[in-house]
Design a protein around this ligand. Structure first.
Ligand code: FRU
Length: 507
């Protein structure tokens, strides 16, 4: 996203320009503003089966929840354009986790209120049958409460906001935002993303009986600024942890934090209101995926969502009239080795249209199927090859092409974007990280291509999200690559994916 400085400096200017003087609760129509729908519909970079607003800027998923048999998704949204200012809560609802209907904006900044400069990220809970949102108002960063008495159509903010007016006294915090709330017997607990200057990220823990009066307890969990994840892919967990997401999982607990670089997860023990991480990893190998939040889905599953950032210049984002995409729903479970297993929700199979199957060929060359709205499944026997993978979005002469590769020697899994686009506006750096296959293991890829979005899942244990912006209309080819030639492609299955037409669904 745009730099954090953008967030911190927009406020005065936008307030003076009168750009956030939106009356609360009368927001219908506001979210329709932006570039004309025909321009956006014709934009070849705009995804067609991912959830996103009709126009303008979005970032973090906020408070996803199942309510009366429907999935509700909120998200950080700027109705004024494709840039990160004046955060509102956009709102969409789904009956099947895949198709969405847009609802009026749920939260808008209140002039003169504690959220006058933005309604930042948070969560939803249900108290005595009444849905409630806890979110961060800015500036300064404080925690606020809103409730809905009409089944999540409109939201009324507590007159006494903020409910938490400042970080614990004397603490030199690097931030204080993005509440995550859960219930234990007759008490509410609230985790806040924060960090201690010069030390590292922390999650602060609070307790309440009524969602209004909160007592600070202690750190739920604490990192170190220079902490490195074990393995060959070091990532500092930083000085600020955003968007904590804390939940029980198969007898353990999991904590996700967004470290202003990656989404790091820990699995561990939660005892006496302290969380002790035992194992850590990355929820996604790429920095295109951020601010992940999960929800229980009412059937025992935990569904994870994330914000897929743009990978092109701010000027290109503004010109497009939209920026930011919600990831596809991912199911989180505990793998046998204690790590998180994150896989695409089976519901996505309902989007599959025409099917193409290729079997038993040498894993080299191009396939007859072309497209930019596809699900691709491929399984490779590695043989003697050092590098194995697929190319997507390639032009007939190879001027544009994106490679999705596993490098056995480097134990790396990458999306390589050097030749993805001829446009100077597009990012070209590789994205990915450590990934190792066992000696006799096949490489199993599941790839979701949706215009400028790529979501890849490898062997049910690595997720890799990327953005590419091919400029040529004929950059639609798919091929395989194998350096040594002895790799065998066991099977390649491709489905043409149906668009979700989010604006049209009626519930
Ligand atoms: C994460 C984040 C949150 C904040 C929100 C503002 O991307 O920076 O910490 O609440 O975005 O939109």
């Amino acid at each position: 996203m745009a730099s954090r400085r953008d967030f911190l400096t927009f406020s005065a200017a936008t307030v003076l320009a009168g750009r956030i003087a939106l009356p609360y609760g009368t927001s219908s129509g506001v979210d329709q503003r932006g570039d004309e729908p025909s321009k956006l519909a014709a934009d070849p970079q705009r995804p067609r089966y991912h959830l996103m607003p009709l126009a303008n800027w979005m970032n973090d998923p906020n408070g996803p929840i199942v309510w009366k048999g429907r999935y509700h998704m909120f998200y950080q949204y700027n109705p004024h354009g494709a840039f990160p200012e004046s955060m509102h809560w956009g709102h969409a609802v789904s009956a099947d986790l895949v198709h969405w209907k847009h609802l009026p904006i749920a939260l808008a900044p209140t002039p003169g209120g504690p959220d006058k400069d933005g309604c930042w990220s948070g969560c939803t809970v249900v108290e005595g049958g009444i849905p409630a949102i806890l979110y961060t108002g800015v500036f300064p960063q404080v925690q606020c409460l809103a409730r809905s008495e009409d089944g999540m159509r409109t939201w009324q903010k507590l007159a006494g906001n903020p409910v938490i007016a400042a970080p614990p006294q004397g603490m030199q915090t690097t931030g204080f935002r993005d509440p995550c709330v859960w219930r234990e017997e007759d008490e509410w607990f609230l985790a806040i993303g924060s960090g201690i200057e010069g030390q590292g990220g922390v999650v602060l823990l609070y307790r309440s009986r009524d969602l209004i009066t909160w007592d600070y307890l202690h750190f739920l969990c604490k990192g170190r600024r220079d902490e490195l994840l074990p393995g060959k892919d070091p990532v500092s967990t930083g000085e600020m942890w955003e968007c904590p997401d804390f939940f029980p999982l198969s007898g353990k607990h999991a904590l996700l934090v967004s470290t202003q670089g990656a989404v790091i997860y820990s699995v561990g023990a939660y005892e006496n209101h302290y969380f002790r991480p035992e194992i850590q990893g990355k929820a996604d190998l790429s920095d295109s995926y951020y601010a992940a939040r999960s929800m229980p889905d009412g059937t025992g599953r935990r569904i994870l969502w994330g914000w897929i950032r743009e990978g092109r210049s701010e000027a290109a984002q503004r010109a497009a009239g939209w920026a930011g995409v919600m990831s596809l729903p991912r199911v989180v479970s505990l793998a046998a080795d204690g790590r998180l297993r994150i896989t695409p929700a089976p519901e996505l199979e309902t989007l599959r249209g025409k099917h193409h199957h290729f079997g038993g060929q040498q894993a080299r060359g191009a396939f007859s199927i072309r497209g930019d709205s596809l699900e691709i499944q491929a399984e490779f026997e590695l043989g003697a090859s050092e590098v194995v993978g697929l190319t997507v979005r390639s032009s007939p002469g190879g001027e544009e092409l994106t490679s999705i590769t596993y490098n056995r020697t480097k134990a790396q899994f990458l999306v390589e974007r050097e030749h993805s686009s001829l446009s100077p506006e597009a990012d070209r750096g590789p994205q990915g990280g450590s990934f190792t296959l066992a000696e006799d293991e096949t490489l199993k890829l599941r790839i979701f291509l949706d215009a400028s979005v790529i979501e890849v899942f490898a062997n049910d244990r690595a997720c890799l999200t990327s953005r590419i912006y091919p400029s040529r209309p004929d950059s639609l080819g798919i091929g395989t690559l194998a350096e040594e030639g002895s790799t065998r492609l066991k099977a390649l299955d491709v489905w043409e994916m149906r668009p979700i037409s989010a604006d049209k669904l009626t519930i």
